[in-house]
Design a protein around this ligand. Structure first.
Ligand code: HEM
Length: 464
């Protein structure tokens, strides 16, 4: 059965000129893609400040991300953008610094910890329902705001054991929007070797100010707990901060100092809510446009959960909802591309990739690649039910990346998404306006340019 093809920016017929790439890229990097980008195995663009290779071929992707990961460290440009907000956090570091951070952070995301934080996630999902109930008036509302709120709230509760509400929530969201908006404006002058004062001074100041506001708020929450831990009278908490405060690197015998702790919490906050919010918003768009799929999700949530509160063990029992989210991550991967730097000269296909070149791996392209997926632009959660997508899943599905730098929060993200979606479809029906066409834009994550306006109807057959 042919399914609905959700929106994506129409690729250009041919590669754009440098000027056009610059102007289009300011708004969204998705707008500089052209038809061959979705068919090629590997591409090359020479920009004034960057020699850039785009890799789509699965064997080369494995080489960069898994087999020779140490030879392709994270690109320093990402660090430059995120440094004001994340400091020296695991998301951008390389080498020994990264290894120590990963050793110390990994235990916070083990299965046992996910089970422990499940009730905290659930409490945030209940608070989300209370906010959504106020929106069931028949009018359309921006559900992106709600998805951003609930995912940020989940991070706050699971890391800090504190809800994110009222004034704090407003301040932090507003600062994040400003921080996101400045990212491409900082990067483009570097890529195109323009004088920095020409385009990025104002944005850079704005970005730094926004980052300072976010860090200030997080520091307020962390300071008290850190000091109590140093004094040896820390209250018993089951959250991720407790695990970070106790983390000791086996090799060096050291823990995180205060600044390192703020860096890691800021990073978990950014990596953990921005990505999930993006994916959940796209999931709501997809199911609003596919009422039959939404009804099947509703039926599954009711069959598994009835009217009771979800439990940890329910998450894996909701296969169909799980597959809807998987398909959402294929069509709208929140992290649309990963940037690496070749640390030595290498031959790749017919190209000599010089040391210092930039290597881009883009789930956005690979997961819509014409040769790697059947019906690549169709929304079809059932493709995962049989064996037909097995090969594609194995070689061309990487929303959480692959290899040693794989997303540390992948299981956390799947758990929260299935929980939230199950609660949403059990209680509400989401309806899109006729002809609705959101516009995907690629910035730090792939978001809908003007939010996502949907009508939210409370279902007559369910109250919980
Ligand atoms: C749908 C939600 C999410 C998606 C699609 C996602 C995706 C990714 C991707 C693609 C990377 C690798 C980026 C790169 O190599 O450049 C990454 C890294 C990371 N993610 Fe996620 N993520 C999600 C949610 C989360 C959550 C909820 C957390 C934690 C609460 C988290 C924590 C991290 C961390 C710590 C890293 C850095 C790992 C390292 O470099 O060693 N992510 N994520």
């Amino acid at each position: 059965m042919s399914r609905f093809c959700p929106v994506y920016p129409k690729p250009l017929k041919n590669k754009a000129s440098l000027l056009s790439m610059f102007l289009r890229g300011r708004r969204s990097w998705l707008d500089v893609l052209f038809e061959r980008s979705y068919r090629m195995k590997m591409g090359h663009s020479k920009l004034p400040g960057l020699d850039l290779y785009m890799i789509n071929e699965p064997a080369l992707v494995r080489k960069v991300l898994i087999e020779q990961a140490e030879k392709f460290p994270k690109h320093q440009l990402l660090g430059q953008i995120l440094e004001p907000l994340l400091g020296e956090s695991i998301f951008t570091t390389n080498g020994e610094v990264w290894k120590r951070q990963r050793r110390m952070l990994d235990p916070s995301f083990e299965q046992a910890r996910l089970k422990t934080v499940f009730p905290l996630m659930n409490a945030a999902a209940v608070a989300m329902q209370q906010r959504l109930d106020a929106l069931t008036d028949g009018a359309v509302h921006d559900v992106d705001i709600e998805m951003t709120h609930v995912t940020a709230d989940i991070i706050f509760r699971t890391i800090l054991s504190s809800p994110l509400e009222g004034d704090d929530a407003r301040k932090i969201f507003d600062a994040f929007v400003r921080f996101q908006a400045m990212a491409p404006r900082i990067v483009l002058p570097i890529i195109y070797r323009l004088p920095a004062w020409l385009t990025s001074w104002f944005e850079s100041r704005q970005g730094k100010r926004a980052a300072k506001e976010i860090r200030g708020l997080l520091e307020r929450f962390i300071r008290e707990r850190y000091d109590a831990h140093q004094r040896g009278d820390a209250p018993a908490h089951q959250d991720i901060l407790a695990s970070l405060l106790n983390a000791v690197d086996e090799e060096s015998g050291t823990g995180f100092d205060f600044d390192e702790l703020v860096d890691q919490v800021a990073m978990l906050f950014l990596a953990g809510h921005e990505t999930s919010a993006s994916a959940l918003t796209w999931a709501l768009y997809l199911i609003a446009m596919s009422p039959d799929i939404q009804e099947r999700m509703h039926a599954e949530a009711r069959a598994v959960l009835g009217e009771r509160d979800p439990e940890f063990s329910d998450i894996k029992a909701m296969d169909f909802i799980w597959n809807v989210f998987r398909e959402t991550l294929r069509l709208y991967p929140p992290v649309g591309f990963f940037a690496r730097e070749a640390s030595e000269t290498q031959q790749m296909r017919d190209k000599t990739v010089q040391a210092g070149s930039t290597v881009i791996i883009a789930p956005w392209l690979i997961q819509r690649h014409r040769d790697l997926w059947e019906r690549p632009d169709e929304f079809d959660p059932d493709r995962y039910a049989g064996d037909s997508a097995k090969e594609s899943l194995k070689c061309a599905y990487l929303p959480f990346s692959l290899g040693p730098r794989v997303c540390m929060g992948a299981a956390f993200a799947m758990q929260e998404a299935v929980l939230i979606l199950a609660r949403l479809v059990r209680r509400y029906r989401f309806v899109a306006l006729p002809g609705q066409k959101p516009r995907p834009v690629g910035r730090l994550t792939i978001r809908s340019e003007n939010g996502m306006r949907l009508a939210v109807h409370k279902r007559a057959d369910f109250t919980k």
